[in-house]
Structure formats: C-alpha cells, structure tokens
Design a protein around this ligand. Structure first.
Ligand SMILES: N[C@@H](CCC(=O)N[C@@H](CS)C(=O)NCC(=O)O)C(=O)O
Length: 241
C-alpha cells in the first residue's frame, strides 16, 4: 500500500493521476498546509522541504517503507516501480525526462507565481501588483506557446506516447487556463490535448478526489490564521523552518 500525503494542489494531482493510471493501491492522508501541518516533525522527517506531495511506499525497493518527496521524483519512482509511463528506449526515455524537468523547473514555478500574484497577493501601496502580474503572465503565455508548438508536432508532451510528462503538465496547463486569463482558442492544440487527457479513465477517476481536496483547501484557507498565511505565502517574517 502507498500512502500519499497531500491536499488540493496541482503537484498532488499529478501523483493521484499516476496512482489511478497504474492501479496501485493507495490511501491519502490530508496534510493541511494552511494549518502548518507540513512543519510537524513527523512530516519534516519525510520531506525536509516541508511541502506536499510525499509518498511512502510500504513495499519499497529494499523491502521496507520508502519515502519520496518532489512530485517529479515521485512520478519517476512510480514509473520505475510499475514499468509504465516512462519508456525504456533511451531516446524516448530521455525526451520524457526532459519534458518532465521542463514542467518541474518552468511550468510549475511560473504558473504558481502567476496565480499567486493574480489572485492571492495583497495589493501594493499603489493598489496593484502590475509588475509581478505582467512578468509571470508573460512567462505563462510563453510557456503555453512552447507547449502549443510541441503538441502541434506530437500527440503527447514528450512525443507519440502518453506518459509522466503529460501527467505533470496537465494539472497546471490543462486546469488553470481560465484562472490565468488564457482563452482555449489561443492555444488550440493544448486545449485539444487537455480534452483527450480528461477523457482517459485514469484522469477522470481522480477528478472528484482532487475537487474534494481543493474544496478542503479553500475551507482551510478561509479559516487560516494570519500567521499561517504569512508563513505559507513566504511573506518574509518567518525565516526559520
Ligand atoms: N517542487 C515541489 C513543489 C511542492 C509544493 O510547492 N507544494 C506546496 C503545495 S501548495 C506546499 O506544500 N506548500 C507548503 C508550504 O510552502 O509551506 C513538487 O513538485 O513536489
């Protein structure tokens, strides 16, 4: 049995999709990041970086429990465990890992900042956040353009086959388009790829679970103490772990 420590976030969504696609038995433990549960010693022991998702595989490579943090590393671990969604052919494998790293290094962080400054950040003294909003939304649109070109030449993000690179990109580029003010007609191949992924039984199977986790996250945000919000958003007052 695999335990997924998570909540309603795109990085957790990737792992839920992989678990559903592979059919591995799993259970979810909700970590309320708005209540600072990610800083509890037992969680820090699993992820020194205090972020979700984390998995613990009770049937790990050495026979006992094995924990993995960072969603990209979790996807690779589960792909290697099951022999699925990461090609063994060296060329196709290298391409999948390149696009997975592109998601981890660019799509996730930049979309995250764009959403933060568009929807969550308090206004500055002049009543806005124009510089930050433009900087990150410009980068988001550039990244959509990269994906559009790639998906115009290939059925899936890393080439001809569906795999962990699609699972990593979809929860961000597929699901947050509207929140980022990007119309479906702007990047039609990305929109078509999104619909194709959403028709997959594995992706559809976890849509309800991620909605429930997102709702729990919204409720937790509404109840979060100002101190926890400052810490979660890294507002500079709590520099120690
Ligand atoms: N690169 C990490 C990012 C994980 C991440 O940012 N998780 C957020 C979810 S919103 C989190 O746990 N934040 C809690 C915090 O920053 O205190 C991954 O892909 O796993």
């Amino acid at each position: 049995m695999i335990k997924l420590y998570g909540g309603g976030t795109p990085n957790v969504h990737k792992v839920l999709i992989m678990l559903a696609e592979t059919g591995l038995p799993y259970e979810v433990e909700h970590v309320d990041v708005m209540a600072e549960q990610q800083f509890r010693p037992e969680f820090v022991a699993l992820n020194p970086n205090s972020k979700i998702p984390v998995i613990v595989d009770n049937d790990g490579p050495a026979g006992g429990p094995h924990s993995v943090f960072e969603s990209g590393a979790i996807l690779i671990y589960l792909a290697e465990k099951t022999g699925r969604f990461l090609p063994t052919d060296p060329v196709a494998r290298s391409r999948t890992l390149q696009w997975l790293m592109f998601q981890m290094a660019s799509v996730g962080p930049m979309f995250g900042q764009a959403l933060h400054f568009s929807h969550a950040a308090p206004k500055d003294k002049a009543g806005g956040n124009d510089y930050a909003v433009h900087r990150y939304l410009t980068e988001v649109r550039r990244l959509y353009g990269v994906l559009e070109r790639q998906l115009s030449a290939n059925d899936y993000v890393a080439g001809a086959e569906y795999g962990i690179a699609d699972m990593a990109v979809y929860p961000w580029a597929g699901r947050y388009r509207k929140h980022l003010g990007v119309g479906p007609e702007e990047f039609p191949r990305v929109a078509e790829w999104t619909s194709r992924l959403e028709a997959r039984p594995g992706v559809a199977a976890v849509a309800g679970a991620i909605r429930d986790l997102l709702r729990a996250g919204r409720d937790a945000t509404a109840q979060a103490k100002p101190h926890s919000m400052d810490r979660f958003y890294g507002r500079g007052r709590y520099l120690t772990a």
